[in-house]
Design a protein around this ligand. Structure first.
Ligand SMILES: NC(=O)c1ccc[n+]([C@@H]2O[C@H](COP(=O)([O-])OP(=O)(O)OC[C@H]3O[C@@H](n4cnc5c(N)ncnc54)[C@H](OP(=O)(O)O)[C@@H]3O)[C@@H](O)[C@H]2O)c1
Length: 346
């Protein structure tokens, strides 16, 4: 089993190479051992529409090379004809004796791989480093199980939890190193989302292929930096004027723009994960409505020492600390002089 854990970690590492490129598909890596237990191939799902990890690893080998061998993969092999034929069929065809899996595929369209392999006489070992496997595909499992995009909230704060001064000055709370790291995090997600208030206060560029701006009353000028590149979705309650229509900007209009409506519309458009970079009002709304799947909090060694400065997560008045929303720390990174704390809901 220990050996399988070692190879499963290799699968996770391979899978992560495609972070940000496989959506709406999961991140999957695969290792193949021959009948003597020697590693003879590895592969991963590189991009949506391209070969699944098992196919990528097996097609690198001669037809007979994997007979009697073991295939290790972090997600149950698929059992359906999508963009590529079922991986379970190829595994059977290539004569493998054993398949080792971390996570079960809960997608009703693709599942059933284990059953098919077992029916073909292949030994299936499930649940190897399952928690880590599920964590690796947190976006995919949120999409399948909750039928909505995965939401990551990002904030940069002082030690006293402030994100800007009363007059809206926030440049810069954290160091260059932390801000560079935050830009790298963006690329893991299908889209970034911000608010009209943040666009008006900071005029950020927020480079990304897909950007979402909540601007219910169309307060933003479309000459702002954020609208200059990428594909833009603007959620609004107002009708845009003809002069505001550009090919790269889609206005998504509704009588009432709520977070539920936004998530529903993004999911319909196959935006499976969203990195929210905004002030306390919007981040606080996501937390309040139970849509904080992950929180990245960069903390700088500074204290604003000012009650009128803005907080990272606004909300209602509570009387008891037991009324707080609770999270668990999943990662801690030193980005000298700052730190990044990553949380998930309890
Ligand atoms: N340090 C940091 O990490 C960081 C990051 C970003 C921004 N900032 C700072 O944050 C400040 C802005 O913060 P803020 O709290 O005033 O604004 P904010 O949280 O960025 O945005 C508030 C706006 O978000 C929209 N919104 C909020 N909740 C909503 C809900 N439940 N449904 C629909 N829309 C909702 C509304 O936009 P509409 O009314 O336009 O529809 C609302 O006016 C700026 O000074 C900026 O510099 C800091």
């Amino acid at each position: 089993m220990d050996n399988y854990s070692k190879y499963m970690r290799t699968c996770f590492k391979l899978a992560r190479k495609a972070e940000g490129k496989t959506s709406p598909n999961p991140l999957v890596g695969c290792v193949v051992l021959d009948k003597f237990g020697n590693k003879i191939s590895e592969g991963y799902h590189k991009k949506y529409g391209e070969n699944h990890a098992e196919r990528d690893a097996l097609l690198k080998l001669d037809k007979d090379a994997a007979i009697g061998g073991t295939l290790i993969v972090n997600l149950e092999p698929c059992n359906h004809h999508g963009k590529t034929p079922p991986c379970s069929d190829l595994i059977i065809e290539r004569g493998l004796k054993r398949v080792v899996i971390s996570s079960i595929d809960t997608n009703p369209v693709a599942s059933g791989g284990i059953k098919k392999l077992e029916n073909a006489g292949i030994e299936v070992i499930q649940g190897v480093l399952e928690e880590e496997g599920n964590e690796l595909n947190e976006v995919f499992f949120t999409n399948i199980n909750k039928k909505r995009p995965f939401i990551a909230l990002k904030t940069a704060t002082t030690l006293d939890g402030k994100i800007s001064t009363k007059i809206g000055d926030s440049k810069w709370i954290t160091s260059d190193k932390a801000r560079k790291y935050a830009r790298r995090l963006r690329t893991k997600y299908d889209a970034i989302l911000t608010s009209s208030s943040t666009v008006l206060a900071d005029n950020p560029e927020m480079k990304h292929k897909t950007k979402i701006v909540i601007d219910r009353y169309l307060k933003c000028d479309l000459s702002a930096q954020i609208f200059k590149n990428g594909k833009i979705n603007i959620f609004t309650q107002k009708t845009p004027s003809e002069g505001d229509k550009y090919p790269h900007i889609e206005f998504i209009q509704n009588d009432k723009i709520t977070i539920d409506f936004i998530l529903e519309e993004l999911f319909k458009r196959k935006i499976m994960s969203v990195f929210v970079e905004a002030g306390g009002k919007l981040l606080g709304s996501f937390v309040k409505e139970g849509y904080a799947d992950k929180i990245y909090q960069f903390i700088a060694p500074k204290i604003a020492n000012d009650n009128s400065s803005k907080s990272a997560f606004d909300g209602d008045t509570i009387s008891l600390i037991s009324q707080s929303k609770e999270f668990r720390l999943v990662d801690m990174k030193k980005l000298d002089p700052d730190v990044l704390l990553t949380y998930k809901p309890l």
